[in-house]
Ligand binder design. Structure first.
Ligand code: F2R
Ligand code: MG
Ligand code: MG
Length: 357
């Protein structure tokens, strides 16, 4: 087990990684972009380098706004509390509606408010004629759940809190499983005990498959064999073997849009592939390489980079996140405070239940 200081640094970097990925990636979010050229990313990095303290920070978007609500609800209650979390999502949205929320999810917030939170799961269950949203809004905000669940050392608890947190806005199976997969990637990165450079990427994917495949089978009719996440994870194993890195091709194969299925695997692949150098991406530090590589995938860049940043942060720790990024991305100090609160919970006695409502 990593020592306490190292673990604290990795808790902090999970939430900070998510913030910096969101703030930097948001400069390129465009559903029509098949990939983002390195030169365009370089301009944003150069702009950040030119900033002085007091200059405008790069603003965060809905990804961070919702992540903050998840973290504050879990730490305030020391457990999952459905009504409290729904209220936080909703009041945060009405306080700052211009953070770039998904078009459909705002209907959930409006219904929650109008119904005075009488049944907090009902509005989400009514989305898209009852099929629920399969957007990546559940997965993009899930990293605090991985930190919260760490002390229970139980995938069952992690899964349970992920599902309840996600279902408040996203009741579609793929939206929920995307959140479970993203939280699992953060959890496994956080659990790695050797030097980060020695992470076995093939084993990492195997562990994800071992978690997600049974859930996909469970969620499908017995006669069907639909396992879209597992299929993408299996593809990733092949890509990692050959070192495939062309962003346009990866985005084509794994996806780069606002659905959980077409973004969570892409974020995980960005993290894993960036363990090694990448042609055309002259970045030496693996944390930075992971986040910037995620941005080159195009499409939903803020969210893919944010999810990649959370996983990479959990492995590499805060020391590996550039100081300039920490200073000029909005919300980093708050992310550190929230990570510290989650770390306090982690250090408390184990053995309690993971949820209250
Ligand atoms: N909304 C955006 N980006 C566009 C606006 C920002 C841009 N910079 C601008 O100003 O123009 N980004 C944010 O949204 C994504 C997360 O979305 P979330 O929370 O999942 O929302 P929602 O509305 O539930 O789902 C998103 C869309 O997916 C489609 N969809 C979902 N489920 C569906 C279903 N069952 N059937 C059909 N379509 C479904 C819909 O088009 C939804 O609107 C993140 O990228 C975040 O950054
Ligand atoms: Mg966003
Ligand atoms: Mg996005």
């Amino acid at each position: 087990m990593a020592d306490s200081a190292t673990m604290l640094s990795r808790f902090r970097a999970t939430l900070v990684g998510a913030v910096v990925g969101d703030c930097i990636g948001a400069n390129f979010e465009d559903r029509w972009l098949p990939f983002v050229p390195w030169n365009d990313i370089k301009k944003v990095l150069q702009h950040m380098e030119s900033l002085s303290p007091g200059d405008d920070e790069l603003p965060f978007t809905d990804d961070t706004a919702m992540t903050r609500s998840v973290a504050s609800s879990l730490t305030e209650h020391g457990a999952f509390h459905s009504r409290d979390m729904a209220e936080r999502f909703t009041s945060e949205y009405f306080r700052e509606p211009g953070r770039g929320y998904g078009r459909a999810v705002t209907v959930v917030f409006k219904k929650l408010k109008e119904s005075n939170f009488s049944d907090v799961y009902k509005p989400a269950s009514e989305q898209f004629n009852g099929s629920g949203s399969y957007g990546n809004g559940g997965a993009m905000r899930i990293s605090p759940v991985a930190l919260f669940a760490k002390k229970y050392n139980s995938f069952e608890v992690l899964k349970d809190v992920c599902e309840k947190t996600t279902k408040l806005t996203h009741s579609n199976k793929n939206g929920i499983l995307g959140a479970v997969l993203q939280a699992s990637a953060v959890d496994l990165a956080l659990s790695n005990q050797g030097p980060p450079a020695d992470l076995n990427v093939d084993h990492f994917v195997d562990k994800l498959i071992a978690r997600i495949q049974p859930l996909e089978n469970e969620a499908t009719e017995k006669s069907e064999t639909m396992q879209p996440y597992t299929d993408k994870l299996l593809k990733m194993k092949e890509f990692l073997k050959t070192g495939k890195s062309n962003s346009e091709q990866i985005a084509e194969d794994l996806g780069n849009d606002v659905s959980a299925l077409d973004s969570v695997p892409t974020a995980i692949y960005s993290f894993l592939r960036a363990q090694e150098s990448i042609e055309g991406l002259p970045v030496k530090v693996p944390f930075e390489r992971a986040v910037l590589y995620a941005i080159t995938m195009g499409g939903d860049t803020d969210t893919i980079a944010s999810m990649t940043g959370a996983i990479a942060g959990a492995l590499y720790g805060l020391e590996n996140i550039p100081t300039t990024w920490q200073i000029f991305c909005e919300g980093v100090p708050d992310a550190i405070k929230q990570a510290d609160e989650l770390f306090k919970l982690y250090k408390k006695a184990e053995g309690q239940s993971g949820s209250t409502a």
